[in-house]
Design a protein around this ligand. Structure first.
Ligand code: CP
Ligand code: NVA
Length: 308
């Protein structure tokens, strides 16, 4: 495994298997790991808001016997008060790992380059690997397999969609992505995913019609239409994405019993109806819970050399 978790693209099949199997143990026998990261400190450098990522990393460190420090937008002021280089090298003298949530993906790459300790991408404008890993783990946990499962992602070709592309391609999940024209996922990430899919058999297809994408799906997945940093486009996007909503009709269009996933936060009655998110098909809160277990496995794996 690499020093950092920047992208699912960097994880081998063996890495994924190891993380998921450690997650299983952490979820079902957490007491075994109560002191695993004793004396370790995690820095949470967040330039955007968060509930799940922030709380699950902080609680995860606490449950593993370690500490965490929250550094919000007013603290370090990366690239403004000091260079990323200097901030990364300084933090490396105090903490044992860094979670970074930021805007430009290059900031995560630079932090990882200059930090001597592991850097975990807690979401950038391009990728959300902790979410993607959790989503695949959740599918595997629910259905007992990943190969041959079909997931339909309905909405914006954004960071969450990109990490799902990598995650599905690497684990054999067939992925249908339905977006409005002009909001398709990044072409390079699609190409990378098609490449990974060759060895796992995952079928990856892009659509502009949500109903066509939903047909035969075991899982329907969506995310907000306007991501953090796109607030000014929100009104325009509401019109463009109107048909890209998970609702009862779309659920029926799958033609089978389908689970509903959402990375959260959700904008009810926009990308998903309240009825859908609260329905028996929805597993969104189990998915949110799994962020904690999967990230604990990531923390132990990345800090392993120093932790044991
Ligand atoms: N899904 C997710 O990352 O949620 P937060 O933005 O609340 O961390
Ligand atoms: N695409 C969303 C995900 C939030 C977890 C965003 O970047 O705001």
């Amino acid at each position: 495994m690499h020093k950092d978790l920047i992208s699912i693209k960097d994880l081998s099949g063996q890495d994924l298997h190891a993380i998921f199997s450690l997650t299983d143990t952490l979820k079902h026998e957490p007491q075994k790991f109560a002191h695993r990261l004793q004396g370790k400190t995690l820095a949470l450098v967040f330039e955007k808001p968060s509930n799940r990522t922030y709380v699950s990393f902080q609680v995860g460190m606490y449950q593993l016997g370690g500490n965490s420090i929250y550094l919000g937008p007013e603290h370090i002021k990366l690239g403004v008060r000091e260079t990323i280089h200097d901030a990364a090298r300084t933090l490396s003298r105090y903490v044992d790992a860094i979670v970074l949530r930021t805007f430009a993906h290059q900031v995560v790459l630079d932090m990882a380059k200059y930090a001597e300790v592991p850097v975990i991408n807690g979401l950038s404008d391009l990728l959300h690997p902790c979410q993607g890993l959790t989503d695949i783990y959740t599918i595997k946990e629910r259905l007992g397999r990943t190969k041959g499962v079909t997931l339909a992602y309905i909405g914006d070709g954004n960071n969450v969609c990109h990490s799902l592309l990598h995650g599905c391609a690497k684990t054999g999940v067939n992925l249908h992505v339905a977006t409005p024209k002009g909001y398709e996922p990044d072409a390079k990430i699609v190409q990378e995913s098609l490449h990974f899919a060759r060895s796992t058999g995952a079928k990856i297809k892009l659509f502009h019609d949500p109903k066509k994408a939903a047909l035969g799906a075991d899982v329907l997945y969506t995310d907000v239409w306007a991501s953090m940093g796109q607030e000014k486009e929100a009104e325009k996007r509401k019109k463009t994405f109107k048909e890209f909503q998970i609702n009862k009709k779309l659920l029926e269009a799958t033609g089978k019993r389908t689970m509903i996933m959402h990375c959260l936060p959700a904008h009810r009655e926009e990308e998903i109806t309240g009825e859908a998110i609260d329905s028996a098909n929805s597993i969104v809160f189990d998915q949110a819970e799994n962020r904690l277990h999967v990230q604990k496995a990531v923390l132990i794996t990345l800090m392993r050399d120093k932790a044991l």
